[in-house]
Write a new protein. Structure first.
Length: 196
């Protein structure tokens, strides 16, 4: 979008940034109003509640994740199989290197905070995770057909394991504030995948 984002989008962007760092429950409507430089009336013109805003944040973060990470990693015709997974890892290392290892994965953060107490958010995050695992599985299926991994590999189980390792690596990197941790984990993970 060119120029200034629409007010509703601006509120979502500001709220997403705050929630990513502070958490959903630790981000108040007042925090959002102050950061977005709007009044309460404007906020409630666009959103009936903070809960409704939460759904919009998840959607906004998914679009961001899909546009900047998933599509560049998996939907290009120039590479296949394990090279897609390697590109995903490279994009994540670049992203978190640029952020100074801050924030972590917004979906994992929200899942940890809200997954047991808000069924609606849990289901939305489950969809995002399922979508990402599906992309990884498709790349593994390509790798299987190309002989990069064994023909007996269950690509769904491996895709979930890879995704869990990626999320765990991001969490450890965030705690240690050290991008080399993520690089090392991804390097070892690729070696393990290739031995399948």
């Amino acid at each position: 979008m060119q120029g200034k984002p629409e007010k509703r989008e601006q509120i979502i962007q500001v709220a997403a940034e705050l929630v990513h760092i502070k958490g959903f429950n630790n981000t108040s409507v007042s925090d959002i109003l102050k950061e977005a430089e709007i009044g309460k009336g404007q906020f409630y013109h666009y959103f009936e509640s903070k809960e409704e805003l939460g759904y919009a944040i998840i959607e906004y973060q998914f679009e961001d994740w899909n546009h900047f990470v998933i599509l560049p990693a998996f939907d290009g015709a120039d590479i296949r199989g394990l090279r897609r997974i390697k590109r995903l890892m490279d994009l994540l290392v670049k992203h978190f290197g640029n952020t100074g290892c801050q924030g972590g994965c917004p979906f994992a953060n929200l899942a940890l905070e809200m997954g047991d107490i808000h069924e609606g958010y849990r289901k939305k995050i489950k969809e995002v995770f399922g979508y990402t695992v599906g992309k990884i599985q498709k790349a593994l299926d390509e790798a299987k057909r190309g002989g990069e991994i064994g023909s007996s590999v269950d690509t769904m189980i491996l895709a979930r394991s890879i995704f869990a390792s990626i999320e765990g690596g991001i969490m450890l990197m965030k705690a240690l504030k050290d991008i080399s941790v993520l690089e090392q984990i991804f390097s070892e993970l690729l070696k393990q995948i290739k031995r399948r």
